[in-house]
Design a protein around this ligand. Sequence first.
Ligand SMILES: Cc1ncc(COP(=O)(O)O)c(C=O)c1O
Length: 428
Amino acid sequence: MQRRRRSRHRTFHAGVVCEMTTEETIALAGKVLTPNYRRQPVAFVEGQGMRLWDAEGKEYLDFVAGIAVDVLGHCHPAHVRAIQQQAARLIHVSNIFQIPQQAELGRDLVEVTGIPEGKVFFCNSGAEANEAAVKMARKAARTVRGRDAFEIIVADHSFHGRTMGALSATMVPKYHEGFEPLVPGFVSVPFNDPAAVERAITPRTAAVLIEPVQGEGGIHCADDAYLQGLRRLCDEQGIWLILDEVQTGFGRTGRWFAYQYAGITPDIVSLAKGMGGGVPIGAIVARDEPASVFVPGSHGSTFAGSPLICAAARAAVAAIREEELVERADEMGTYLMHRLRDLAKSHAVITEVRGRGLMVAIELSVPSEQVVAASLERGLLVNNVQPHAVRFVPPLIVSRQDIDEAMSILDAALTAVRAEAGRATAGR
Ligand SMILES: Cc1ncc(COP(=O)(O)O)c(C=O)c1O
């Protein structure tokens, strides 16, 4: 299963020699990097399509995709070409000047989101997109709607990012520990329960902020009726509906955006991850009304929307369109879930298969990190999104053959985990 490349790691990257072994990287990182990530003991040095190679030349099948980022797989030729050509021409100027690539990408985003008279604000990450959305919603509640409203209703187990505002909207207490006081004004209610949102609305409510599929929470899908109910409620009460499509956007769930399943559009949508095909970019697309409060001086970002990053994102969006990757995510997601349900018949430790499109998780009766480690050892990358849930978010270019290969590795990994558990019990 693990094909090896003949010592290629020594001359990777167009002649730039990659000298460090994985062990050397681990040792150096341990000395100089903050220890805020629980990193797997592997250092990748090259990627192509669905595959990655580590510093020792071992091959891996990638069902993590940089956590739902690498929608085109690794080093897609059109994406690489766009980056190379733009880098050779102009990399960064500033938002105090006009940037043609930014305006063109803005037009693409308005088109694919379907937000009427949409206006785009660019930033550099998902957290920043949510910061922008919250700032816009608060100011627009006051300026456009004439109400001194600032509260944002969010959902239990939500994840919106790590900056102070986005963190305050994130309802996972362990992420808050030590960082208090949080930004005030975020109110949490149970997910997928429109009546709970209705009860939480007060004259101070400015917006509702929801993930259509809770990603970091473990892949939990909002019902279409829930999103439709939120849209109705927000319209009736004059409240902005913000949808966080940072993880779900750009085809991941089998639609360009997950809200399209419910046939609604939000007032503001936050975007990142898949949009850049791997380069750091975030954005919000907002209806004209709330967007009107972002006047000169009200908000901004030095690096946002540079020629280089926008050229890369335009190439990614174009490839998603031209290669019909949204439709592919729908089809391959159905196949992946079908194969996982099959696997569950022979592995009782899989207690649930859930998801939409290529945003899928299995719930396990064993710790997910054991399954992730056993898969990694056998050349498959998956991620433990929760202590008992493994997430599958492969590039949207994934094929049936890739899924079949992943399932046979996972089958072996689950068998090994079960055997290990059996040995541990016998040894007690
Ligand atoms: C739904 C959602 N919102 C926001 C974020 C934060 O994005 P970033 O890590 O780019 O700041 C994430 C990241 O996982 C996410 O899944």
